[in-house]
Design a binder for this molecule. Structure first.
Ligand SMILES: *[C@@H]1O[C@H](CO)[C@@H](O)[C@H](O)[C@H]1NC(C)=O
Ligand SMILES: *[C@@H]1O[C@H](CO)[C@@H](O)[C@H](O)[C@H]1NC(C)=O
Ligand SMILES: *[C@@H]1O[C@H](CO)[C@@H](O)[C@H](O)[C@H]1NC(C)=O
Length: 408
């Protein structure tokens, strides 16, 4: 009896230890919809679209929100893709509508009856009023389903409760895609110059057109392009290079440095590992002129290694293209005029630095040239960096960046 009791206490402890060892990396990051759906062959196509549209990053970024993901079998997903005219941007709208911002399962629906629930589609501001909601419908017998919020919309019955983690997270398979008139509407991206001008980036738009880089951008818009457009004020900043007096080659480099050859909306930028280099259109084979991301809560900044620029607004998000505005110019390190003459050469010793150290470096460089006001800002930034809690996540991130650095 005593032995059994001893074993009973030991087993859970051992199991907990094992789970801890196995799950440590994922526990630090939380639930990962892509990894979960990888375990279900029948949702492979759905999962593929979830990744291509980056809706997976939106779902993963809401770790503390109760969510229900309405998944589709291969046939239903094929129907959805066809209805969307094969457009990834249109499919993204639908997948957002299928990401419900509340928890549902049969027990809850049978207990509380019909409800209206918000979705990611609505949360991202693409829809006005409640068009982006879905209706949760209590049906006959044991059945329940979901439909669009429009009157008379067809009800898509839940055919399988794939995973239910009560009141946190559920994955439910529905018979058919939920659709409504206008769901597949996407913004026009036909005239990039006009988009830039309307977003308050007239100077940038003019440079892009006159330098010929417009063609480069347009050429990448169908395959994957994230464009960071500085607003007009950014060109007036003290440390901004004089674009009027730049060689064409340097100007082209500067403009190409403002774009990534991949689709990285703001939520996805937030999910980029700290310190991981992102390729820009200016990145050379030798790996020069990449950019890193610094994310803090909802704030996302881009770090050139010499200066940082905050990502402001999403102007257009239309897979595989997105246009974001930034508060200051992204200047390739070798063109950075604000850099001090005798700056310590960026040596290989810089590589193992954590992103936190890099973040602290940039403002201190600026401070060398700064007036009193800038000094204050610098202090604030440094103390914010210093007071960051060293939690499990920070530790994991540090391990990650060291591992990453050793790969480089
Ligand atoms: C989520 O899982 C996928 C597939 O297993 C993996 O490629 C991806 O890096 C993971 N994302 C995060 C944020 O851990
Ligand atoms: C794009 O928009 C700009 C500014 O509104 C305009 O000058 C230009 O003619 C437009 N280009 C095309 C091809 O329509
Ligand atoms: C433009 O650059 C040249 C040399 O690169 C320099 O001599 C000249 O002063 C600059 N002009 C302005 C207006 O900055």
């Amino acid at each position: 009896m005593a032995a059994m009791q001893g074993r009973r206490q030991l087993l859970p402890a051992a199991a907990a230890l094992l789970a801890c060892l196995l799950l440590l990396p994922s526990a630090a990051r939380g639930r990962n919809i892509t990894a979960i759906l990888d375990g279900y062959k029948e949702y492979k196509l759905y999962n593929k679209y979830l990744s291509e549209t980056k809706v997976c990053d939106e779902i993963n970024s809401r770790q503390s929100t109760s969510m229900t993901i309405l998944v589709l079998s291969k046939d239903a997903m094929t129907t959805l893709a066809k209805d969307a005219g094969g457009s990834l941007a249109a499919i993204k709208n639908a997948l957002r509508l299928h990401s419900v911002l509340d928890y549902y399962d049969r027990r809850k629906v049978k207990k509380y009856g019909d409800e209206s629930a918000a979705t990611l589609y609505q949360a991202t501001g693409d829809a006005v009023s409640t068009t982006g909601n879905v209706k949760v419908v209590d049906q006959d017998d044991k059945n329940y389903g979901f439909s669009a919020a429009t009157p008379g919309a067809r009800i898509c019955t839940v055919t399988k409760e794939v995973e239910t983690h009560p009141f946190k997270f559920a994955i439910l398979e529905v018979t058919a895609p939920i659709e409504f008139d206008g769901l597949f509407d996407t913004p026009s991206t036909a005239n990039l110059t006009r988009l830039l001008e309307r977003a308050g980036c007239k100077v940038f738009a003019a440079l892009v057109a006159s330098s010929g880089v417009l063609k480069t951008y347009e050429g990448a818009m169908d395959t994957g392009l994230t464009l960071f457009a500085p607003n007009d004020d950014a060109f007036q900043a003290r440390d901004a290079p004089d674009v009027k007096n730049m060689s064409t080659a340097d100007l082209v480099k500067l403009l190409e440095y403002h774009a990534l050859p991949a689709y990285n909306p703001k939520t996805s930028l937030k999910a980029v590992k700290p310190g991981a280099p992102l390729r820009t259109l200016a990145t050379t084979k030798a790996g020069k002129d990449h950019i890193t991301v610094v994310a803090k809560g909802d704030d996302v900044s881009l770090d050139t290694g010499k200066s940082k620029s905050r990502v402001a607004d999403t102007v257009v998000d239309s897979v595989p293209f997105c246009l974001l505005t930034v508060d200051s110019l992204l200047v390739p390190p070798e063109l950075y005029v604000g850099a001090p003459e005798a700056a310590p050469a960026p040596s290989p010793a810089e590589a193992p630095q954590s992103s936190a150290t890099q973040a602290a470096d940039a403002p201190s460089l600026a401070a060398d040239h700064a007036d009193h006001a800038d000094h204050k800002t610098n202090k604030k930034t440094s103390s914010a960096v210093a007071s960051r809690p060293i939690g499990a996540f920070a530790a994991a991130a540090a391990v990650c960046s060291v591992a990453l650095a050793s790969l480089l």
